[in-house]
Design a protein around this ligand. Structure first.
Ligand SMILES: Cc1ncc(C[n+]2csc(CCOP(=O)(O)OP(=O)(O)O)c2C)c(N)n1
Ligand SMILES: [Mg+2]
Length: 355
């Protein structure tokens, strides 16, 4: 049996600071790939920033902000092939965009409209999981099933630091280790589970330390360094494809926006840490890296950002042009045998809504 070593200690890093910290390189990534990754980052950032505005304007519902989580999402997804499956949490709600999912679909999801219920098989992106950690066993089961069927597919589950305290995470990770499923357990360690800090989540020195208990390697990476995230995920994908089983990746960042639009973090978070995190946010960090490397010009920056903004404008227009959903859908799939009172309740709801 292969030996599983203790988790990595330090954080993997590729991008320098333009001063004392030198820039590294990722083997196999040419200018075209580096720019494609930049486009993905900007697309996600633009989606996120516009969504907060749309929420404030009352055009979408409560929204889980992922500002400064884009490097984890874009970097990890970039290491996958289209045939590989992504199991997102609410924090990765828009990750389908990097697979070509229309912005209107994700915006419709946040509008609570059925146009946001995508078919997972269209882009190999599972439904957004709101219960914490319950999609970890889904992803692992999917990966194990793919392995049994002889398919060459990897499944990645994204979840937070808080999810590692959940039973579902433990069950999924145990299963992944035992079945040697081609799965990647990708933990966005933003150090908060709403208002619960990491120190109250675990007494383990690092979350990656948990991996050895499940018989899988634990990698630790700077979650704001898109290239380091990409490289670590690529390593995990290679292991999975080689039949060596799952990998746990802990991507470390510090949550630098509210948990969601309904949250007021000022009463619990450390504002200095937030300021620090915002100063070295992941999109600007990669942008400066590419400019230093001579891969990105001011002109390209502007056109990539304008393209993303245009996509969002078209996306919200399309989402808002959807005819209102039938309120009966709320009840349609809830009961095999609807209680007698439900018809009256629905009639009352239709009356209130003026339908
Ligand atoms: C099973 C379950 N318990 C509680 C909640 C309420 N809840 C929503 S988000 C959240 C915090 C999760 O934190 P973390 O896993 O670190 O992910 P993050 O939001 O930081 O990305 C909690 C407890 C839930 N959605 N599901
Ligand atoms: Mg968290």
């Amino acid at each position: 049996m292969s030996q599983v070593l203790p988790a990595e200690g330090g954080l993997r890093r590729v991008i320098g600071d333009g001063e004392s910290l030198p820039d590294g390189e990722v083997e196999g990534l040419g200018d075209a790939e580096l720019l494609a990754l930049y486009r993905d980052l900007v697309l996600l950032r633009t989606y996120d920033e516009r969504s907060v505005v749309y929420h404030r304007q009352g055009r979408i519902g409560t929204y889980a902000i992922f500002w400064n989580h884009e490097a984890m999402q874009a970097g990890a997804a970039f290491a996958l092939e289209e045939r590989d499956w992504i199991f997102p949490s609410y924090r990765e709600s828009a990750i389908g965009l990097v697979r070509g999912m229309p912005a209107s679909t994700v915006l419709s999801w946040w509008r609570g409209h059925p146009a946001g219920w995508w078919n997972p098989e269209d882009s190999n992106v599972a439904s957004i999981c709101v219960p914490i950690g319950t999609h970890v066993p889904h992803a692992v089961g999917f990966a194990w099933g793919s392995k049994l069927k002889g398919e060459d597919r990897v499944a990645i589950a994204f979840f937070g630091d808080g999810a590692t305290s959940e039973g579902a995470f433990h069950e999924g990770a145990t299963f992944a280790g035992v079945t040697k499923a081609p799965a990647i357990l990708f933990c966005n360690n933003n150090q908060w589970a709403i208002s619960t800090p990491l120190a109250e989540q675990t007494a383990a020195p690092t979350l990656a330390d948990k991996a050895i208990g499940y018989g899988m390697p634990g990698l630790r990476v700077d979650g704001c360094d898109v290239l380091a995230v990409y490289e670590a995920t690529r390593d995990a994908v290679e292991r999975a494809r080689a039949g060596e089983g799952p990998t746990f990746i802990e991507a470390v960042t510090y949550r630098s926006a509210p948990h969601a639009t309904a949250d007021d973090p000022s009463i619990y978070i450390d504002p200095e840490r937030v300021e620090e995190a915002r100063e070295s946010e992941c999109v600007g960090r990669y942008e400066r890296y590419l400019v230093r490397a001579g891969v990105l010009t001011e002109e390209t920056i502007e056109s990539v950002k304008n393209e993303a903004l245009e996509l969002m404008r078209a996306g919200i227009a399309e989402a808002e042009a959807e005819p209102p959903a039938d309120p009966g859908l709320v009840f349609e799939h809830a009961y095999a045998d609807p209680p007698a009172t439900l018809a009256d309740d629905l009639a009352e709801l239709r009356r209130i809504l003026g339908g």
